[in-house]
Design a protein around this ligand. Structure first.
Ligand SMILES: Nc1ncnc2c1ncn2[C@@H]1O[C@H](COP(=O)(O)OP(=O)(O)O)[C@@H](O)[C@H]1O
Ligand SMILES: CC(=O)OP(=O)(O)O
Ligand SMILES: [Mg+2]
Length: 394
């Protein structure tokens, strides 16, 4: 069985093709596009490239397509990417405008291009269904919560992979197995050992998640991927009274406010330079104060969330950095974790800055909490659930 996984990020399109013959997915091809504005174009291009490279003879070789869908409200879990799924995505598009419309368009595109394939959606929110009840709430009246004003949490596939992989790297095979089967069996006592991981997914969208034995205990993202850390061009956390203020003092309409908060804020709004941390870093190095502030804001916010979750969990065995910024920006990682020796968190500056790629430990040998960089592998999680869905629905 060949499974294509479509990861339509807020700034990127990444895809992987897996052969699902054995227990573990075998990666046949993996590629991506950065700074994407037209997702339909790059999807079509990716299929052509797989043919040109001889990985597939025809698009019909692909039996399953897995989507890492983002916000469906109460529609979550691993489901058919069908009309119900499309409606849930479209009903929530105003809450996730950078994510839901490209996924809806992507699913429709694949429905046409690959009419014989089974399309499957694994919602990012699925991972958070076992979060403690209070962490799934805001302090709003019940009617608001019922209308959807609640904390869902996002980047579930990425953080789940970090939990699985961290357990494997620690040699806790039973625990890794339980986490891999989480969407089938739910939380399990098998392999339980109070293994605490704080995962920092820092990319076009960024979030920090606290996990105990692979079960999410909290997410910096809440009702929408608009919350928590500053995002590439989205605001992150904001005092709710800023919205009435913007209408009254700035004379903005709700439409204008939505545009500013979803397209002109975050790292772009802070820096005035770019939504990409590489450009911001370059500007900061040339003395641009706003760019410097944007970097400090991101690093400081990650540090705040890591600190919160260190207390929530009562310590941590692992702190992990992943995704575009987390994997590549050593200076930012150092800023997040500097001066924490008293808490038993000690980065090794040489390992941190080595420029090495791939999975690596970057803490000093005397660090009580191990710090790792683990490349994001959301596609792997989506591929496995897609196969399971197809096998269970044959
Ligand atoms: N080599 C790099 N060095 C520093 N930052 C990088 C590098 N590559 C990518 N990034 C950052 O990561 C972001 C993309 O992260 P990614 O996780 O791929 O995003 P998405 O949210 O689109 O899935 C870019 O916008 C950029 O800020
Ligand atoms: C929330 C989410 O999945 O974000 P992104 O794809 O932009 O990383
Ligand atoms: Mg992403």
């Amino acid at each position: 069985m060949l499974v294509f996984v479509a990861n339509l990020g807020s700034t990127s399109f990444k895809y992987s093709l897996f052969s699902m013959k054995g227990e573990a997915p075998e990666l046949l091809a993996r590629d991506g596009y950065e700074r994407v504005t037209d997702h339909a174009e790059v999807i079509a291009d990716s299929l052509e490239k797989l043919k040109a490279d001889g990985v597939i003879q025809s698009a019909d070789d692909i039996q399953g397509v897995g989507f890492k869908t983002v916000l469906g409200g109460e529609v979550t879990g691993c489901i058919a990417a069908d009309d119900v799924c499309l409606k849930a995505l479209e009903d929530n598009s105003d809450l996730a405008p950078a994510h839901n419309p490209p996924y809806a368009a992507g699913i429709r595109g694949f429905q046409q291009k690959l009419p014989n394939a089974t399309l499957v959606a694994l919602f990012e929110t699925a991972f958070y269904q076992w979060m403690p009840a209070r962490r799934r709430r805001y302090a709003v009246p019940e009617e608001w919560a019922e209308a959807g004003v609640k904390r869902y949490g996002f980047h579930g596939a990425s953080h789940k992979f970090i939990a699985e992989r961290s357990a494997e790297l620690a040699g806790y095979d039973d625990l890794a197995d339980s986490i891999r089967s989480l969407y089938v069996n739910g939380p399990s006592e098998k392999g339980a050992r109070n293994f605490r991981v704080i995962s920092c997914h820092l990319g076009g969208s960024s979030s920090v998640t606290a996990m105990r034995d692979g079960i999410a205990q909290g997410s910096s993202m809440g009702m929408s991927p608009q919350s928590g850390l500053p995002q590439n061009n989205r605001v992150g956390d904001l005092d709710s009274m800023a919205i009435p203020l913007a209408t009254k003092r700035l004379g903005l309409s709700m439409e204008e406010i939505e545009r500013v908060l979803t397209k002109e804020s975050g790292l772009l709004g802070l820096s005035g330079v770019s939504n990409d941390i590489r450009d911001i870093r370059e500007a900061a190095e040339q003395g641009n104060d706003r760019a410097q502030l944007a970097r400090e804001f991101l690093a400081g916010s990650v540090r705040d969330w890591v600190g919160t979750y260190f207390f929530t969990l009562g310590g941590a065995e692992r702190i992990v950095f992943t995704a575009g910024i987390g994997e590549n920006d050593a200076a930012l990682r150092a800023e997040v974790l500097t001066g924490l020796e008293d808490l038993g968190i000690v980065l090794d500056p040489i390992k941190n800055e080595s420029g090495e790629r791939g999975e690596r430990k970057i803490s000093a040998d005397n660090s009580k909490t191990e710090v790792w960089v683990i490349p994001a592998n959301e596609e792997w999680v989506v591929a496995r659930e897609t196969r399971r869905f197809i096998e269970n629905n044959q």
